[in-house]
Design a protein around this ligand. Structure first.
Ligand code: SF4
Length: 231
């Protein structure tokens, strides 16, 4: 298992729940605005899984959950084992995903190994738009399948889109919301230019609060709950 990072306590990654966070290293996307470039490239690993599990077991009364992020967690062959061990410790699990592995999502949701799924929807669902937003990934059928799997699962979830102005316009965000019609929750996330996978992306000015609010209003007719994160 390639664990690229571990945060003992966070309140900001699962609706204010006291959680710890495990970052699995490696990703099959290369989003230019990615703010975890070393983990996405798989350049980080070596966190001690045994010590992390000891921490989780020792703090299972204090922690409300464990967030599994990346990179892309569904690529790790040892994901099931990790999820099972955390469940054995009695904790709820949120998993972040880019939605490229609908079969893995179906399996872990079906086995009740995750309690909340946060899936990125990177662009309107057309191969060329997806390719631009992810630096090369264009299997939008898999993305569509993941969206349906999650929406039909009965598990709590959110879809989320980082609005990087270098790739996404206001109308694109509306298109994405339209493709999520009837979903419970859609988060529009502010782009953070501090550290980016593509250094050029770090020079792009984020959208203003006013523009993000306008995107929120345009998305509202399609999704039950829309929020803006990272203002
Ligand atoms: S932002 Fe893109 S490249 Fe970075 S971890 Fe997420 S899916 Fe991978």
């Amino acid at each position: 298992m390639k664990i690229g990072g571990f945060v003992k306590t966070t309140l900001s990654d699962w609706d204010g729940k006291v959680s710890c966070m495990i970052f699995l290293s490696g990703c099959n996307f290369s989003c230019p605005y990615c703010h975890n470039p070393d983990i996405a490239r798989g350049a980080c690993e070596g966190e001690d899984e045994r010590k992390i599990m000891e921490y989780i077991e020792e703090n299972s009364d204090f922690l409300e959950g464990v967030v599994i992020s990346g990179g892309e967690p569904t690529l790790d062959r040892d994901l099931y084992r990790l999820l099972k061990e955390i469940k054995k410790a009695g904790l709820r699990i949120k998993m972040d995903t880019n939605g490229s592995s609908p079969e893995v999502l179906d399996d872990v949701i079906g086995a009740r190994l995750v309690d909340y799924v946060a899936m990125d929807v990177k662009a309107p669902l057309s191969p060329d738009r997806y390719m631009t937003a992810t630096g090369g990934y264009c299997d939008v059928k898999a993305i569509g399948k993941s969206i349906r799997t999650i929406m039909d699962s009965g598990t709590e979830y959110e879809f989320r889109t980082t609005v990087y102005p270098g790739v996404l316009s206001h109308d694109d965000v509306t298109d994405i919301a339209r493709s999520l019609r009837g979903a419970e929750r859609f988060c529009i996330q502010q782009f953070r230019p501090k550290v980016t996978l593509d250094p050029e992306a770090g020079k792009v000015k984020p959208y203003s609060v006013k523009e993000l609010r306008a995107m929120h209003d345009s998305a509202k007719p399609y999704v039950k709950r829309v929020s803006v994160r990272g203002l």
